[in-house]
Design a protein around this ligand. Structure first.
Ligand code: VG1
Ligand code: CO
Length: 543
């Protein structure tokens, strides 16, 4: 076996987005494409001699091919040890857990998360750093810069490594440990939640349906929920990871997980429903006939955190991404703890978590997490809910209703316009940016815009600045409309429009969110001329 240095030329556009580099599988299959990006990433971890790397993915098509390439490149670049998930499987939260527990210098997650998979689907690479979290912007920018000037990469010509069996092997002096990634992850969850109480809940007949959407959480959920917590067999459905996720979007929102929503509204509805996404960092909680919004979930977990062993000493602060509803802000105010507002994407929570400024954080896009790792964590959030249900004796719906009664309700919705022509989407955003000063004072009915800006964030820990993170229209009554372009898509542009309206009056908590938000929805359409720019008369996805 020998190490080879291969000459290469840069590929345009290897710029990581909100969460890693995402492209069509066919793009990643171009000779040298994956290699260039991985070499650039390895250079950013340098020096790597003797250090540990964790490697795995969500099981999507091209996962196993990419793992073989990366193992040979890791050996050629001098990594001391690689922990690789059996069959290439490691969920995003398990990756974060493993990096921290084994003191690795970093991790590579092969996932495009909620994007569809298969030969015609998407593939992705996320680079995590030694704290277990996504690489912050200064690192992703450095990786991108390297991809633009790369001339060569290093790779061993070692034969294929068998990653189907747990065990230790070696190539070119680099140790490879094929591991069962459920073990450390389950240990971590056991240290945070009252497993006995949850076991008692299931023993008393509590029923649940967990839909893994044919993605990576299946094996984790099966062993932890059914194997250890006593949920009855069959609780986990679609639990075997498939390379194309059965042809679906593994995105746990009420649109893509509609079968679960329908089941929870049907005559045989269990007490609770839950789902997770492609790489298991996002989750959905469903009560009977009712889906919990992620923004509410964050607020409810924060308000009740001390009921759970891992957080019994209290929480230091919370953070939410800017478009996430302000429900958590009210909880933080009542608890007299800080609430931070960050740009979209998990990488912006890392410094706040490392500095101990926050304990819980979350995003409107069905992701929540805490100091336990540095990624959002789907199964953790589901166990948090189960623990709360077990110790309070209340149902999902009761916990939510009780929360609204005490804090008021935030009506919330996100409207996505997918596959918009990129130039037209940029024209829409530029137009809004130019209009910002003139929008202050805009009035329609009782709605008055008080402030309008393009969100800019200064990290309170390291002072780094992230600009142009979304157009915000802020109304006198606290309502908000936010416009931003997605940073995870692979075809054209996706416009996301977010609506948030706070309703303190308990007599008005029973409305349909689209109805409660209809004024704001009309205002957004007018101000941004969404139909004119996108050519679409309605969103492609409403969550
Ligand atoms: C989306 C979500 C964002 C999330 C990101 C990655 O980004 O809006 O909240 O952090 O996906 O999640 P965007 O740029 O498309 O809006 V995951 O589960 O893909 O790692
Ligand atoms: Co994900």
């Amino acid at each position: 076996m020998s190490i080879q240095t291969i000459s290469t030329k840069p590929f345009a556009g290897q710029e990581p987005g909100t969460s890693g580099l995402r492209k069509k599988v066919t793009v990643f299959q171009e000779p040298g494409y994956l290699e260039n990006f991985i070499q650039s990433a390895f250079d950013s971890y340098a020096p790597v001699a003797g250090k540990t790397l964790v490697l795995g993915g969500d099981g999507r098509f091209y996962n196993r091919t990419a793992i073989q390439t990366i193992l040979r490149m890791a050996a050629a670049n001098g990594w001391g040890r690689v922990l690789v998930g059996q069959n290439g499987i490691i969920s995003t939260p398990a990756m974060s857990c493993l990096i921290r527990k084994h003191k690795a210098a970093g991790g590579i997650i092969l996932s495009a998360s909620h994007n569809p998979g298969g030969p015609d689907g998407d593939f992705g690479v996320k680079c995590n750093i030694a704290n277990g979290g996504p690489a912050p912007e200064k690192i992703t920018e450095a990786i991108y810069a390297k991809t633009e000037s790369i001339t060569q990469y290093r790779i061993s010509n070692a034969p294929e490594v068998d990653i189907t069996k747990i065990g230790v092997t070696e190539i070119d002096g680099m140790r490879i440990e094929v591991i069962d990634s459920v073990l450390d992850y389950a240990d971590m969850l056991r240290s945070l939640f009252d497993f006995d109480a949850i076991r008692g809940l299931f023993a008393r007949g509590f029923t649940m349906r967990f839909d893994a959407l044919h993605a990576v959480c299946g094996p984790y959920a099966k062993r932890i929920l059914e194997g250890e917590l006593g949920a009855k067999e069959g609780t986990v459905v679609n639990g075997v990871p498939l390379e194309d996720f059965g042809g679906h979007h593994p995105d746990p929102n009420p649109v893509n997980a509609h079968e679960l929503i329908e089941y929870l509204s049907g005559p045989n509805a269990p007490d609770m429903g839950a789902a997770t996404d492609g790489d298991a960092d996002r989750f959905l909680i469903v009560g009977r006939g009712f889906a919990v919004t992620p923004s509410d979930s964050l607020a409810i977990l924060a308000a009740n955190a001390t009921r759970v062993p891992g957080y019994s000493k209290g929480i230091s602060g919370v953070a939410r991404s800017m478009p996430t509803s302000t429900a958590a802000d009210r909880v933080a105010a009542a608890m007299k703890i800080p609430c931070y507002e960050t740009p979209t994407g998990w990488k912006f929570f890392g410094n706040l978590l490392d500095a101990g400024r926050i304990t819980l954080c979350g995003e409107e896009s069905y992701g929540t997490g805490s100091t336990h790792i540095r990624e959002k964590d789907g199964l953790w959030a589901i166990l948090f809910w189960l623990n709360l249900i077990a110790v309070t004796g209340k149902s999902v719906n009761e916990l939510v209703a009780e929360h609204w009664l005490r804090y008021g309700r935030n009506y919330y919705s996100r409207h996505d316009y997918e596959q918009v022509d990129s130039a037209r989407a940029n024209t829409l955003m530029d137009g809004l940016r130019q209009k910002l000063p003139s929008l202050v004072g805009y009035r329609k009915g009782a709605n008055v815009i008080e402030r309008a800006d393009d969100f800019s964030y200064t990290d309170p820990v390291d002072g780094s600045v992230a600009e142009k993170q979304g157009i915000r229209l802020m109304f006198a009554d606290g309502s908000r409309i936010i416009f931003r372009l997605s940073g995870t898509g692979t075809v054209g542009a996706t416009l996301r429009v977010y609506f948030d309206h706070y309703e303190p009056d308990k007599n008005r908590h029973g409305l349909d969110p689209q109805e409660a938000l209809s004024d704001l929805i009309g205002i957004a359409a007018d101000i941004a001329d969404i139909a004119g720019h996108t050519g679409m008369s309605r969103p492609t996805v409403i969550t």
